[in-house]
Write a protein that binds this ligand. Structure first.
Ligand SMILES: Nc1ncnc2c1ncn2[C@@H]1O[C@H](COP(=O)(O)OP(=O)(O)OP(=O)(O)O)[C@@H](O)[C@H]1O
Length: 352
């Protein structure tokens, strides 16, 4: 029941990438690290797991320092296998020649637990992850989802103080992924393990994470509760992930005395009583956009939406329309529309 605290800078030689991150995960907390390709997610996990030495920084678990590099001097660098950090990746890391039980018993055995007791512990873990009765099977006689359960049981049976999950559900079908998310949530809560989950999948963030940390170009660009971050995203990556429109522009006075945000390609979004003159960003849901009056826009592409048709328009504004309305408008790529958003649906954030 210990917290993870990391404050690391990594300069990647051979590329001009720098990771500069401070973050923590508390006992029983699942922190999701989100970010586009190349944001630095794997680099961060590698540092936490002890596979990569940062250029500068500290990784601590409770009172124990796992990594400390200060002024180019390596003060502490605990070997990966001595960190008490468990790792579960996309590919289940299981020994092919050992049974499920032997795989899970491996950690306890390595820690000196007598064989009979380790077998008992392994069976209990296999039951906990839903593999009751399959203890004697070898990995090649298990499905991908079952192997991933064995890998999870194996990671947790070693009683790590920190669990690192690197896209652990990416290769599983939707149903198995959902089941395994439940297993992970339950076990992490029960064991109070501080957990870091690297993912591309917004579903992971929504269903599992207590907190999300969004990385972009090696920096934390926003963090908070999934609900808050996804409803009111600060960064274009998060907005895209949440399926919310985010437009950056200038605040301009309107003839009726209100203020609007003038974005790219003529996008004009009402901002109520803001002062004109500065820059701001606005967010609004695609379903809030009204077709009729408003700024002129062109249809860039059309795709199926969750409840109808999703239209991408010039200015990078997404519009969700019910099927009947899309049909009535005879929408096609290149069509000209006029769009508006009711001011009550817009969140405005002044920018410096
Ligand atoms: N061994 C390496 N040497 C030099 N640069 C590297 C090395 N590994 C990664 N990088 C660079 O570091 C940056 C961050 O990469 P990283 O793999 O951490 O990103 P990521 O967020 O995990 O991306 P993805 O979602 O694609 O896995 C990238 O610019 C990448 O090119």
């Amino acid at each position: 029941m210990t917290s993870l605290h990391a404050e690391v800078v990594v300069h990647r030689t051979g590329s001009d990438f720098t990771l500069d991150v401070t973050f923590a995960a508390h006992p029983g907390e699942i922190v999701a690290i989100l970010g586009p390709n190349g944001a630095g997610k794997s680099t961060l996990l590698a540092v936490l797991a002890g596979h990569l030495l940062p250029s500068y920084g500290v990784v601590r678990v409770g009172e124990r320092t796992l990594t400390a590099v200060r002024e180019d001097r390596v003060e502490t660098d605990v070997r990966p296998e001595r960190r008490s950090v468990g790792l579960l990746g996309q590919d289940p890391l299981v020994f092919p020649h050992l049974s499920a039980r032997q795989n899970v018993a491996f950690g306890p055995r390595a820690a000196g637990v007598p064989a009979a007791e380790a077998r008992r512990v392994a069976d209990a873990w296999l039951t906990a992850v839903g593999l009751d009765g399959l203890s004697d099977r070898r990995p090649d006689a298990l499905s991908g989802g079952q192997r991933q359960r064995v890998a999870l049981a194996r990671a947790l049976a070693a009683e790590p103080t920190v669990l690192l999950l690197d896209e652990p559900f990416a290769q599983l079908d939707v149903r198995t992924a959902a089941e395994l998310r439940d297993v992970v949530r339950e076990q992490v809560r029960r064991t109070r393990t501080a957990t870091v989950l690297v993912t591309h999948d917004v579903l992971d963030a929504v269903t599992l994470a207590d907190r999300v940390v969004v990385l972009h170009d090696g920096q934390v660009v926003e963090q908070g509760r999934p609900l808050d971050v996804l409803t009111d995203p600060l960064h274009p990556f998060t907005a895209a992930l949440a399926g919310v429109n985010l437009v950056v522009g200038r605040l301009v006075a309107q003839p009726d005395g209100t203020t609007a945000l003038a974005g790219p390609d003529g996008v004009l979004v009402p901002c109520g009583a803001q002062d004109a003159g500065g820059r701001a960003q606005v967010t609004f849901p695609p379903g809030a956009v009204v077709v009729g009056d408003g700024w002129p826009a062109r249809v860039i592409d059309l795709e199926p939406g969750t409840t109808g048709v999703r239209v991408r328009t010039s200015g990078d504004v997404l519009v969700d329309l019910p099927p009947a309305q899309a049909a009535a408008l005879a929408l096609r790529v290149g069509a000209e529309l006029r769009l508006s958003v009711p001011s009550g649906q817009v969140r405005v954030r002044p920018l410096p």
